[in-house]
Design a protein around this ligand. Structure first.
Ligand code: NOJ
Length: 520
């Protein structure tokens, strides 16, 4: 758990059969890249069958693999290849909703008396025919869609083609117990749980409060489009689900991993998902992702997390994912010094380091022309949404026109920056890839304890100095050199050759040292 998780957006990692989509075969072919990085786990974006209205986050069969991505045999091969290298494979599990094409929903929407009716959330129209309440979905439209066949509305927190499951129904719990066991029995090591703070909704379907501060990037108020998500997210009952799943996870010879996409605004809410060390082992920290790239803001979230989380909880640090602008653009604005600083901080904070594919190369966001976008949720920039495809460009393996990603036509244009490729960066000792490999090796040596302590040493507008287990990390967030004392033996500089023990920290440099008096 104190390791490094590589987050592969499977369709964009590597295509093994020339159809333009990355696949499991591509992951197997290029597994050496993960071994060379030294990661401990591989998290795959959804691989199960789906009509791809939300690229796999709309599941139509939880127990089979999407044909474009491979087969169940490929999963077995991947798990086997990974196990031989000491790497664990983690799948994306989507329990909040299914695809509208899932046989459960097809059956449930066929009649009000369907045996599957109660797998989903149905409600009558109000007297004037309007939707049951003011909840909005992720696109800003009503979270309710009218089903003409059965004359009721169904609820969806995402697209109307992604009906929410009804977790008040015990049979839904049983279905997911079976799904979890199916994959764990195949040797999968655990799950990243999609919309982990969703699942339950208020049974009385009360209106949500309006609040102009309810916007996606707010780190205090949870919600979007001016509506707080009080009654359709973060319901207390969701914790019972994770206690049940954790017990199942612990019942395995090697306990399975449960990592939540806990998209909550505040760290005290996040802490609740660890329970009393009986719920999720890892809860993704969105307040950190949304913080401005300034020492006081970042350091405050880390310190608040340390004090809010239960003792021994493993923190988890990610800078990028497939839904948000990449850290290299969002935080670093493409500046290579800042990009290197970011990875150095993420890799040295105590806990788990999540590395989104391509971040090891310094990949920035693409600027894919509107007509080539493939993501229905953000295509057309509905309600000013940021186009997620820009963070999903196929990765470059070499400097060729298709980047060595595919022999066919890539599903999205390959990343435009030719220098962000594995072949060239592998032979360049000063590349971002070389830095990330060194950082992971340094973590393995010094930060293997998931509960390593964090201590803030100094924070001001331009500097952040902290102790992480036996390490001292000193970071300069400014365009000027600043004086510094390594506080021990310097092991690594984000900008290249190891610096001296004192002197100055260069502009946007971070130095990692082994603390004095902490040689044990
Ligand atoms: C979060 C996933 O990361 C995102 O890609 C997806 O659209 C929503 N959940 C809905 O499943």
């Amino acid at each position: 758990m104190g390791g490094t998780i590589y987050h592969a957006y499977v369709r964009s990692f590597r295509d093994s059969d020339g159809d333009g989509y990355g696949d499991l075969g591509g992951l197997i072919e290029r597994f050496d890249h993960l071994v060379d990085l030294g990661v401990t786990a591989l998290w795959l974006s959804p691989i199960t069958r789906s009509p791809d209205h939300d690229w796999g986050y709309d599941v139509s069969d939880y127990l089979d693999v999407h044909p474009e991505l491979g087969t169940l045999d490929d999963v077995d091969r991947l798990v086997d290849v990974a196990a031989r290298q000491g790497v664990r494979v983690v799948l994306d599990l989507i329990p909040n909703h299914t695809s509208a094409r899932h046989p459960w929903f097809v059956e449930a929407s066929s009649s009000r008396s369907s045996p599957k009716r109660d797998y989903y959330v149905w409600a009558d129209a109000q007297r004037d025919g309007s939707s049951p309440n003011n909840w909005v979905d992720d696109t800003g439209q009503s979270a309710w869609t009218w089903d003409a066949t059965t004359s009721q509305y169904y609820m969806h927190n995402f697209l109307d083609l992604q009906p929410d499951l009804n977790w008040w129904n015990p049979r839904v719990h049983d279905e997911f117990d079976r799904i979890i066991d199916f994959w764990l029995d195949r040797g999968v090591a655990g799950f990243r749980i999609d919309v982990a703070n969703g699942l339950y909704h208020d049974r009385a379907l009360r209106d949500n409060p309006r609040n102009p501060r309810a916007v996606i990037w707010d780190t205090e108020v949870q919600g979007r489009y001016g509506i707080e998500h009080v009654h359709n997210f973060n319901q207390p009952e969701v914790h019972d689900v994770y206690r049940r799943w954790r017990a199942r996870a612990e019942a395995r010879c090697t306990p399975a991993l449960l990592m939540g996409e806990t998209w909550v605004a505040r760290v005290d809410e996040l802490a609740a998902y660890y329970g009393d060390d009986d719920e999720l082992q890892l809860a993704l920290n969105f307040p950190f992702l949304f913080a401005p790239f300034e020492p006081p803001a970042l350091a405050r979230i880390v310190a608040d997390s340390v004090s809010a989380f239960p003792a021994g909880a493993c923190m988890v640090w990610a800078g990028s994912n497939h839904d948000l602008p990449r850290a290299a653009s969002r935080w670093a604005n493409g500046d290579h010094r800042r990009i290197r600083l970011i990875q150095t901080l993420l890799a040295t904070l105590p806990g788990t380091y999540v590395l989104y594919y391509g971040d090891e190369l310094g990949m920035t966001d693409s600027d894919i022309p509107d007509h080539l976008h493939r993501d229905p949720l953000t295509a057309g920039r509905l309600n000013g949404q940021w186009p997620r495809d820009n963070a999903r460009a196929p990765m470059r393996w070499d400097a060729s026109p298709t980047g060595g990603f595919t022999t066919g036509h890539p599903w999205l244009p390959v990343h435009p920056v030719v220098e962000h490729n594995v072949a060239d960066q592998t032979v360049d000792p000063n590349s971002t890839l070389a830095l990330v490999r060194s950082l992971i090796s340094l973590r393995r040596q010094h930060l293997s304890d998931p509960a390593s302590s964090y201590r803030e040493v100094h924070v001001d507008a331009h500097r952040w100095v902290f102790d992480s287990g036996p390490l001292r990390v000193s970071a300069n967030f400014s365009d000027d050199d600043v004086p510094f004392d390594a506080g021990g033996d310097p092991l690594l500089s984000s900008l290249g050759p190891t610096p001296g023990a004192s002197g100055s920290l260069r502009a946007w440099e971070a130095v990692v040292s082994r603390r004095r008096g902490d040689e044990g």
